[in-house]
Design a protein around this ligand. Structure first.
Ligand code: BG6
Ligand code: MG
Length: 223
């Protein structure tokens, strides 16, 4: 146990389940409707970013130049969330990404605390649908922070609630904004995805099946 971290803090969308894809599909539908089409490349900039900031990033792509009022923006963001809610309606435990439940079990066996560090308002409901809520000692969702990712607040809030120092935490993310958040919180960052977007991570794997507890510990020990 010498060099074990004391907490693992997990991102939700794109790490625990593939809701990152559903966020993209819902934004794409809305963006098409308002005449500002988006593609997967642009979507990398939306990963990890909260709802209103994501909308602002899409609107900035538009060329009409008209500035929307807060209530117009709220209407659009609500519509996107309705599309998203339709997509996640039938989520169940079969949608947990490979390797994740085993990693959570290993955390528990080793008495390592577990938190969620998500930018999503929908995070608690999704954890419930996946029947994973019982693993988590603390949940940070959009309602718990003032500054979203890439600000460190999501991860520092989780660590403080768990009573663990940042340098004894491992954070796991699929978004560049999330890795920046973990790194600036002073934690060990593990990223899942493409080196092109996630080169800032301390340890990078290609997919969640490669999130092997012993490998993460070995890399954490070498930091
Ligand atoms: C993050 C996703 O986890 O949550 C973003 O990576 C999403 O794509 C954000 O925009 C906010 O989610 P929600 O459910 O509050 O709209
Ligand atoms: Mg994510």
């Amino acid at each position: 146990m010498e060099n074990y971290p004391k907490a693992f803090i997990y991102d939700l969308d794109g790490i625990i389940t593939d809701t990152a894809e559903f966020h993209f599909l819902a934004w794409q539908k809305l963006a098409d409707e308002i005449g500002i089409p988006i593609d997967r490349k642009f979507n990398e900039q939306l990963k990890g970013i909260n709802r209103m900031d994501s909308l602002d990033r899409i609107l900035k792509l538009g060329t009409s130049g008209r500035v929307l009022s807060d209530s117009e923006k709220m209407t659009l963001a609500t519509r996107k969330n309705e599309y998203y809610l339709e997509l996640i309606e039938s989520i169940n435990p079969s949608h947990i990404l490979p390797g994740i439940e085993l990693l959570l079990q290993k955390n528990k066996q080793q008495h390592i605390k577990i938190a969620l560090g998500s930018a999503s308002n929908n995070a608690p409901a999704i954890l419930d649908k996946l029947q994973l809520t019982g693993y988590f000692d603390y949940i940070v969702d959009a309602s718990k922070v003032k500054k979203g990712k890439p600000d460190p607040e999501t991860f520092t809030t989780a660590a403080a609630a768990l009573g663990v120092a940042p340098d004894e935490c491992v954070g796991i993310e699929d978004a560049a904004a999330g890795v920046e958040s973990i790194n600036s919180a002073g934690m060990f960052s593990v990223a899942v995805g493409d080196v092109h977007h996630l080169a800032a991570a301390d340890y990078l794997v290609e997919d969640t099946a490669q999130l092997i507890f012993e490998d993460i510990i070995a890399h954490y020990g070498k930091r």
